[in-house]
Design a protein around this ligand. Structure first.
Ligand code: ADP
Ligand code: MG
Length: 323
């Protein structure tokens, strides 16, 4: 079975026709040359009932999440959000649902100062497709392929909380109420790291957001940049919930292959440690050094004894499932 990435490469990735497309298919957002060194950053993301959310999901939280996941792709390009549009497929004209969905969407739009400027509304299975525009310099790094051997590898926030939220919803894990709340909030209302992405852009090599699981998204960086990496499992930033999961014998796979974290994963030369720590501090977002890039291909997750852990699952793929 081809992965969604195989299909995109085969059918949609083509050489750009002229100099206007600075960055096309294959990264978190495309970059289009505007004026001087300014580029428009363009990205789309769809949330589908039954795939990305349960049909009975709280519409207000869904409105927030739909915009959050799109903002996260701009954050992953270090772009400043400008505006977005919304293509909506609805099974029925449910005004109560729409009122609550729009309240969440507009609240998020106001928080990030990004107006809704258009869209489309059709009757069909419940699906939300957003298209977002941002801006950033055309030059500089921040692409998946910009990682270099010797770079430090960093992750913002904590890893795996959204995946634990899903475990809780599916009844496969129990946790005390505050931890349950935390994991469900991380799953249903992720925080896009928009300010951090812009702040670190001048200092990073590669930059990506973790939407499909740390293992898979790091895999994209390694494949695009032709590098390998070693990740220190003991350095991974875990929340109280994540630590409890581990203490109770929960596996690493759930935390590393689970999607929906929307944290930033970045690489930078070791000389940038101090400035990155300062910027993360100023943005109020933890940024943890979790490993190192190398020239030799491959990805090793080292446990407390320095032994590599064999990961059974790589992350979510729309055609292969949780591979
Ligand atoms: P992300 O998880 O960062 O949103 P995706 O994994 O969804 O990125 O997509 C990977 C790349 O493929 C992106 O550059 C995206 O724009 C591009 N892409 C996905 N689907 C299509 C498509 N149908 N046509 C053209 N490009 C696509
Ligand atoms: Mg992305």
């Amino acid at each position: 079975m081809p992965s969604e990435f195989d299909l995109i490469r085969r059918h949609f990735q083509r050489p750009a026709p002229d100099g206007r497309v600075v960055l096309g298919v294959g990264d978190d957002a495309a970059l289009l040359a505007e004026r001087g060194d300014r580029c428009l950053a363009v990205s789309s993301d769809t949330l589908l009932a039954g795939v990305h959310f349960l049909p009975e999901a709280d519409p207000e939280r869904l409105g927030r999440k739909a915009l959050a996941v799109n903002l996260s792709d701009l954050a992953a390009m270090g772009a400043r959000p400008l505006a977005f549009s919304l293509a909506l497929s609805l099974p029925a004209p449910d005004e109560d649902w729409l009122t609550r969905f729009a309240a969440g969407l507009h609240a998020m739009a106001a928080e990030y100062d990004v107006p809704l400027i258009g869209g489309d509304t059709v009757r069909g299975p419940l699906a939300l497709s957003l298209h977002i525009l941002g801006e950033r310099p055309c030059g500089g790094a921040g692409r998946r392929g910009d990682a270099q051997p010797g770079d430090d590898l960093y992750l913002s926030g904590t890893v795996g909380d959204a995946a634990l939220g899903l475990e809780l919803l599916r009844g496969r894990w129990q946790a005390p109420a505050p931890l349950r709340r935390h994991c469900l909030d991380r799953l249903e209302t992720p925080t896009p790291r928009v300010a951090l992405g812009q702040a670190v852009l001048p200092w990073v090599h590669a930059l990506i957001d973790c939407s499909d699981g740390l293992a898979q998204d790091l895999g994209h960086v390694l494949a695009a940049s032709g590098t390998g990496a070693t990740v220190d499992l003991t350095a991974l930033p875990l929340s109280t919930a994540g630590r409890r999961w581990r203490v109770e014998g929960g596996d690493w796979e759930t935390l590393l292959a689970g999607g929906d974290d929307y944290e930033l994963l970045l690489t930078a030369p070791p000389g940038r440690r101090a400035v990155l720590a300062e910027l993360a501090d100023a943005c109020g977002v933890p940024l943890t050094r979790i490993g190192r890039l190398r020239a030799e291909p491959g990805l090793d997750w080292l446990d407390a004894d320095g032994r590599p852990l064999a990961l059974a699952a790589a992350g979510f793929d729309h055609f292969r499932g949780a591979a």
